[in-house]
Design a protein around this ligand. Structure first.
Ligand SMILES: [Ca+2]
Ligand SMILES: [Ca+2]
Length: 420
């Protein structure tokens, strides 16, 4: 009996059956990459983090745990709910997370407090390093990593190029290893490219969002050659409907709030805690990006512990990009393609590759020439008009968890359709 016949003959029951079939297929698709016995954190909402299964976190944590506090990820964003200070609060599920509080920075006013005024930066930080296996909320990718909170967004909702550049310079001065930029703008401009080049020369991997315009080109700064650009997948290993895409990027889970393809009763967003203490499902290349920053942090931790990490400088950035882009799950047409780029990042493959390296392989590693070469293109001067260049966060929607369940599901009923 075809699905069409089922639909006609069974009416409402057909719909139920179709949904069941859809869920069964997706559950299998989500589970197959997980090896038996992989670490499962006790965080109660971890079961809603389909995104972590998709990038192979269970087995990755078996390799390296939550990484190392010696690895520092700078999150340049709306701030982070990392401290109790003047009306701002440390949220409960970041309480065991390591923060570089001494170097926290508000690049918009020069203060040493990077408290979150919107929630975006707190959510992004959670994906990198939410307190994990603490019986609270959700998990994070590299939960032992140290987070450096740097605020670059102003109260008008924009991040200006001068503030972002100042934030990058702060991250360099503070010895960051990775910079997460879950933000973008459609055109290049301003002071960011030169700052990104300084980060590259200092050995810092900059990871940035591809953008949410469904375009076949990248937002800036993701499009700069030193940056690792990140597009978004949905829960069924497809490109998210909003994600920009080119061949020169990786993809990671960004979610699709329109559907519950995972069948867990909630919208398929990326779940993390917000500044209000509640858990929110967000979608966007903003959400995909911190998966890659977290995986980079794990790779750095493992590389250091195995003695295969190149000295801190451009070679380390090239090495890191090479490990991540060469260990992806190939999606779409075989090899690198213009929809999924290098493919879906896979933490456990990346760590297995690090484990396969010996110290002597450092010299032998064949880095792609375009990655080792001088970055292409001339430096961009501030826009001719002298106007500042504005960047937006790369989030495309959000639903608080208490509204992303049964009620949302009833409203979205007609948007659910079979997956072929
Ligand atoms: Ca937790
Ligand atoms: Ca779901």
């Amino acid at each position: 009996m075809t699905q069409q016949q089922l639909k006609k003959g069974m009416g409402g029951r057909g719909r139920v059956l179709r949904r069941w079939l859809c869920r069964a297929v997706v559950v299998m698709a989500c589970l197959w990459p997980l090896a038996a016995g992989a670490f499962t954190p006790n965080d109660p909402y971890n079961y809603l983090q389909w995104n972590f299964g998709q990038v192979g976190m269970g087995t990755a944590w078996d390799y390296v745990g939550g990484g190392s506090a010696e690895v520092k990820v700078a999150v340049l964003d709306t701030g982070v709910a990392y401290e109790n200070y003047e009306g701002f609060s440390l949220i409960s599920d970041l309480a065991q997370t390591n923060f570089d509080r001494d170097n926290a920075y508000d690049a918009t006013n020069g203060s040493s407090h990077a408290d979150d005024i919107f929630g975006h930066g707190t959510h992004v930080t959670g994906t990198v390093a939410q307190s994990t296996n603490n019986d609270i909320g959700v998990a994070g990718v590299a939960f032992n990593t140290t987070i450096l909170p740097i605020k670059v967004f102003r109260s008008d909702g924009y991040a200006y190029d001068t503030d972002i550049a100042a934030g990058i310079d702060r991250a360099i001065a503070a010895g960051a290893d990775v910079i997460n930029l879950s933000l973008g703008a459609p055109s290049p401009g301003g002071e960011i490219q030169a700052a990104i080049d300084r980060a590259y020369r200092a050995g810092i991997l900059v990871v940035a969002s591809a953008g949410n315009s469904s375009r076949s080109s990248l937002d800036y700064p993701a499009a700069y050659p030193q940056v690792l650009a990140v597009g978004a997948t949905n829960a069924t290993f497809g490109l998210a409907y909003y994600s920009n895409h080119t061949s020169n990027m990786v993809v990671a889970p960004g979610g699709d709030l329109r559907v519950d393809a995972t069948g867990d009763g909630y919208a398929d967003g990326v779940l993390q805690q917000y500044i209000d203490g509640n858990y929110w499902f967000l979608q966007g290349t903003s959400m995909a990006t911190p998966h890659v920053s977290g995986i980079a942090a794990l790779v750095l931790a493992q590389g250091r512990s195995r003695g295969v990490l190149p000295d801190k400088g451009p070679a380390r950035v090239d090495w890191l990009k090479s490990i991540i882009t060469s260990t992806t799950l190939d999606l779409g047409s075989p090899g690198q393609d213009s929809t999924y780029g290098y493919g879906l990042v896979r933490a456990e493959n990346a760590l297995a590759k690090v484990n396969s390296l010996s110290a002597s392989s450092l010299e032998a590693m064949d880095l792609a020439p375009e990655q080792s070469a001088e970055p292409a293109g001339s430096w961009l001067e501030p826009s001719a008009s002298g106007q500042p260049v504005r960047y937006r966060s790369a989030t495309y929607g959000s639903i608080p968890m208490d509204q992303a369940g049964a009620q949302w599901l009833a409203e979205m009923e007609d948007m659910l359709h079979p997956i072929h």
